[in-house]
Design a protein around this ligand. Structure first.
Ligand SMILES: Cc1cc2nc3c(=O)[nH]c(=O)nc-3n(C[C@H](O)[C@H](O)[C@H](O)COP(=O)(O)O)c2cc1C
Length: 203
Protein backbone atom coordinates (compact mmCIF):
# COMPACT_ATOMS: atom_id res chain seq x y z
CA UNK A 1 0.00 0.00 0.00
CA UNK A 2 1.44 3.39 -0.95
CA UNK A 3 1.17 6.37 1.36
CA UNK A 4 -1.04 9.18 0.16
CA UNK A 5 1.29 12.12 -0.39
CA UNK A 6 0.86 14.94 2.08
CA UNK A 7 -0.71 18.04 0.63
CA UNK A 8 0.62 21.27 2.03
CA UNK A 9 -1.27 24.51 1.58
CA UNK A 10 1.23 26.58 -0.33
CA UNK A 11 2.21 29.87 1.28
CA UNK A 12 1.76 31.39 -2.17
CA UNK A 13 -2.00 30.75 -2.19
CA UNK A 14 -3.08 34.39 -2.13
CA UNK A 15 -6.37 35.06 -3.92
CA UNK A 16 -5.90 38.83 -3.59
CA UNK A 17 -2.62 38.54 -5.49
CA UNK A 18 -4.35 36.56 -8.24
CA UNK A 19 -6.98 39.29 -8.42
CA UNK A 20 -4.28 41.97 -8.62
CA UNK A 21 -2.57 40.12 -11.48
CA UNK A 22 -5.86 39.51 -13.31
CA UNK A 23 -6.77 43.20 -13.30
CA UNK A 24 -3.37 44.92 -13.36
CA UNK A 25 -2.61 47.55 -15.98
CA UNK A 26 0.45 49.65 -16.64
CA UNK A 27 0.17 53.37 -15.98
CA UNK A 28 1.33 55.94 -18.50
CA UNK A 29 4.62 57.62 -17.63
CA UNK A 30 3.38 60.81 -19.25
CA UNK A 31 0.55 60.96 -16.69
CA UNK A 32 2.87 60.46 -13.71
CA UNK A 33 3.66 62.88 -10.94
CA UNK A 34 5.04 62.75 -7.40
CA UNK A 35 5.29 61.53 -4.81
CA UNK A 36 7.43 58.52 -5.52
CA UNK A 37 8.59 55.99 -2.99
CA UNK A 38 10.76 57.15 -0.10
CA UNK A 39 14.28 55.73 0.13
CA UNK A 40 13.41 52.69 2.21
CA UNK A 41 10.40 51.81 0.03
CA UNK A 42 12.54 52.29 -3.08
CA UNK A 43 15.09 49.87 -1.65
CA UNK A 44 12.33 47.38 -0.85
CA UNK A 45 11.09 47.62 -4.45
CA UNK A 46 14.58 46.96 -5.80
CA UNK A 47 14.95 43.98 -3.49
CA UNK A 48 11.72 42.52 -4.86
CA UNK A 49 12.83 43.32 -8.41
CA UNK A 50 15.95 41.22 -7.92
CA UNK A 51 13.93 38.27 -6.64
CA UNK A 52 13.33 36.65 -10.01
CA UNK A 53 13.91 33.32 -11.69
CA UNK A 54 17.60 33.27 -12.60
CA UNK A 55 19.12 30.05 -13.97
CA UNK A 56 22.24 29.23 -11.93
CA UNK A 57 22.03 32.35 -9.75
CA UNK A 58 24.08 34.50 -12.09
CA UNK A 59 22.29 37.79 -11.34
CA UNK A 60 22.86 38.77 -14.99
CA UNK A 61 21.43 42.26 -14.63
CA UNK A 62 22.10 45.50 -12.82
CA UNK A 63 20.18 48.64 -11.96
CA UNK A 64 20.85 52.33 -12.49
CA UNK A 65 18.58 54.50 -10.37
CA UNK A 66 17.55 58.02 -11.40
CA UNK A 67 16.08 60.37 -8.84
CA UNK A 68 15.95 64.12 -8.36
CA UNK A 69 18.33 66.16 -10.49
CA UNK A 70 20.01 63.08 -11.94
CA UNK A 71 16.92 62.62 -14.16
CA UNK A 72 17.36 65.97 -15.88
CA UNK A 73 21.14 65.63 -16.05
CA UNK A 74 20.82 62.31 -17.86
CA UNK A 75 18.10 63.94 -19.97
CA UNK A 76 20.64 66.46 -21.28
CA UNK A 77 22.49 63.59 -22.93
CA UNK A 78 19.23 62.33 -24.42
CA UNK A 79 18.38 65.80 -25.73
CA UNK A 80 21.83 66.34 -27.15
CA UNK A 81 21.87 62.99 -29.00
CA UNK A 82 18.37 63.65 -30.33
CA UNK A 83 19.17 67.15 -31.59
CA UNK A 84 22.40 65.94 -33.23
CA UNK A 85 20.27 63.60 -35.32
CA UNK A 86 17.39 66.03 -35.81
CA UNK A 87 19.00 69.45 -36.11
CA UNK A 88 16.13 70.59 -38.36
CA UNK A 89 13.60 70.26 -35.52
CA UNK A 90 12.69 73.24 -33.30
CA UNK A 91 14.64 73.70 -30.06
CA UNK A 92 11.60 72.98 -27.89
CA UNK A 93 11.96 69.37 -28.98
CA UNK A 94 15.24 69.31 -27.04
CA UNK A 95 13.32 70.39 -23.95
CA UNK A 96 10.85 67.54 -24.48
CA UNK A 97 13.60 64.95 -24.95
CA UNK A 98 15.57 66.27 -21.99
CA UNK A 99 12.53 65.92 -19.75
CA UNK A 100 11.76 62.28 -20.51
CA UNK A 101 13.02 60.92 -17.20
CA UNK A 102 11.45 63.75 -15.21
CA UNK A 103 7.99 62.37 -16.02
CA UNK A 104 8.26 60.21 -12.90
CA UNK A 105 9.95 60.83 -9.55
CA UNK A 106 11.80 57.51 -9.79
CA UNK A 107 13.17 55.84 -12.90
CA UNK A 108 15.19 52.64 -12.81
CA UNK A 109 17.15 51.41 -15.81
CA UNK A 110 17.35 47.63 -15.79
CA UNK A 111 20.48 46.60 -17.64
CA UNK A 112 20.79 43.08 -18.97
CA UNK A 113 24.33 42.05 -18.14
CA UNK A 114 24.93 38.48 -19.28
CA UNK A 115 27.92 36.72 -17.80
CA UNK A 116 30.08 33.92 -19.12
CA UNK A 117 28.85 30.80 -17.48
CA UNK A 118 31.12 27.78 -17.69
CA UNK A 119 28.17 25.47 -17.17
CA UNK A 120 26.43 27.20 -20.03
CA UNK A 121 23.34 29.19 -19.07
CA UNK A 122 22.44 30.58 -22.52
CA UNK A 123 22.55 34.36 -22.90
CA UNK A 124 18.90 34.17 -23.99
CA UNK A 125 17.93 32.80 -20.59
CA UNK A 126 19.94 35.50 -18.87
CA UNK A 127 18.17 38.16 -20.92
CA UNK A 128 14.80 36.63 -20.06
CA UNK A 129 15.75 36.97 -16.42
CA UNK A 130 16.39 40.70 -16.99
CA UNK A 131 12.90 40.96 -18.48
CA UNK A 132 11.52 39.27 -15.38
CA UNK A 133 13.30 41.91 -13.25
CA UNK A 134 11.58 44.67 -15.22
CA UNK A 135 8.14 43.23 -14.73
CA UNK A 136 8.76 42.31 -11.12
CA UNK A 137 9.73 45.91 -10.41
CA UNK A 138 6.49 47.11 -12.05
CA UNK A 139 4.48 44.64 -9.98
CA UNK A 140 6.33 45.55 -6.78
CA UNK A 141 5.71 49.26 -7.35
CA UNK A 142 2.02 48.76 -8.10
CA UNK A 143 1.57 46.42 -5.14
CA UNK A 144 2.97 49.24 -3.00
CA UNK A 145 0.38 51.63 -4.45
CA UNK A 146 2.55 53.36 -7.04
CA UNK A 147 2.02 53.80 -10.74
CA UNK A 148 4.53 52.00 -12.94
CA UNK A 149 5.40 51.65 -16.60
CA UNK A 150 8.11 49.77 -18.47
CA UNK A 151 9.43 51.81 -21.38
CA UNK A 152 12.38 51.58 -23.70
CA UNK A 153 11.76 54.40 -26.21
CA UNK A 154 14.44 55.26 -28.76
CA UNK A 155 17.26 56.06 -26.36
CA UNK A 156 17.41 52.53 -24.87
CA UNK A 157 18.86 51.55 -28.26
CA UNK A 158 21.15 54.52 -28.74
CA UNK A 159 24.88 53.74 -28.38
CA UNK A 160 25.70 57.28 -27.22
CA UNK A 161 23.20 57.08 -24.37
CA UNK A 162 24.28 53.55 -23.51
CA UNK A 163 27.88 54.82 -23.31
CA UNK A 164 26.72 57.43 -20.80
CA UNK A 165 25.16 54.58 -18.82
CA UNK A 166 28.47 52.73 -18.99
CA UNK A 167 27.18 49.70 -20.82
CA UNK A 168 29.69 47.13 -21.99
CA UNK A 169 29.42 45.50 -25.40
CA UNK A 170 27.34 42.60 -24.09
CA UNK A 171 25.01 44.72 -22.02
CA UNK A 172 21.66 46.07 -23.17
CA UNK A 173 18.96 48.16 -21.60
CA UNK A 174 16.04 45.86 -20.82
CA UNK A 175 13.89 48.78 -19.80
CA UNK A 176 13.47 52.04 -18.01
CA UNK A 177 10.88 51.55 -15.29
CA UNK A 178 8.99 54.72 -14.42
CA UNK A 179 7.51 54.80 -10.92
CA UNK A 180 5.42 57.46 -9.23
CA UNK A 181 1.90 58.60 -8.54
CA UNK A 182 -0.55 59.07 -11.38
CA UNK A 183 -2.86 61.87 -12.42
CA UNK A 184 -5.14 59.54 -14.39
CA UNK A 185 -6.40 56.01 -13.85
CA UNK A 186 -5.30 53.46 -16.45
CA UNK A 187 -7.96 52.77 -19.04
CA UNK A 188 -8.84 49.29 -20.26
CA UNK A 189 -6.62 47.74 -22.90
CA UNK A 190 -7.59 45.15 -25.47
CA UNK A 191 -6.06 41.82 -24.58
CA UNK A 192 -5.10 39.03 -26.96
CA UNK A 193 -7.66 36.50 -28.06
CA UNK A 194 -6.41 33.53 -26.05
CA UNK A 195 -7.86 31.04 -28.52
CA UNK A 196 -5.34 32.34 -31.04
CA UNK A 197 -2.33 31.96 -28.79
CA UNK A 198 -3.10 28.83 -26.77
CA UNK A 199 -2.83 25.36 -28.22
CA UNK A 200 -3.23 22.06 -26.46
CA UNK A 201 -0.60 19.76 -27.82
CA UNK A 202 -1.89 16.57 -29.34
CA UNK A 203 0.23 13.80 -30.83
C1 LIG B 1 10.42 45.65 -23.40
C2 LIG B 1 9.26 46.57 -23.43
C3 LIG B 1 9.44 47.87 -23.88
C4 LIG B 1 8.38 48.76 -23.95
N1 LIG B 1 8.60 50.00 -24.41
C5 LIG B 1 7.56 50.84 -24.58
C6 LIG B 1 7.78 52.12 -25.14
O1 LIG B 1 8.89 52.50 -25.43
N2 LIG B 1 6.69 52.92 -25.32
C7 LIG B 1 5.41 52.49 -24.98
O2 LIG B 1 4.45 53.23 -25.17
N3 LIG B 1 5.20 51.29 -24.43
C8 LIG B 1 6.23 50.45 -24.23
N4 LIG B 1 6.02 49.22 -23.69
C9 LIG B 1 4.63 48.81 -23.32
C10 LIG B 1 4.22 49.24 -21.91
O3 LIG B 1 5.18 49.02 -20.95
C11 LIG B 1 3.01 48.43 -21.46
O4 LIG B 1 3.29 47.08 -21.61
C12 LIG B 1 1.80 48.76 -22.26
O5 LIG B 1 1.50 50.11 -22.06
C13 LIG B 1 0.62 47.88 -21.87
O6 LIG B 1 0.40 47.92 -20.55
P1 LIG B 1 -0.16 46.71 -19.69
O7 LIG B 1 0.95 46.36 -18.77
O8 LIG B 1 -1.33 47.29 -19.01
O9 LIG B 1 -0.51 45.59 -20.60
C14 LIG B 1 7.08 48.33 -23.56
C15 LIG B 1 6.89 47.02 -23.09
C16 LIG B 1 7.96 46.15 -23.03
C17 LIG B 1 7.72 44.75 -22.53
Amino acid sequence: MTDTPKHFPLPTHRPEVADFLATRRSNLAKMMTGPGPDASTRDALLEIAARVPDHRKLAPWRFTVFEGEARGQFGQHIASAFMTDNSDLPADRAVFEGARLTRAPLVVAIISSPVDCVRGTPVWEQELSAGAVCFNLCLAAQAHGFAAQWLTEWFAYDDRINDVLGLTERERVAGYIYIGATTAPASARTRPDLEKVINFWVK
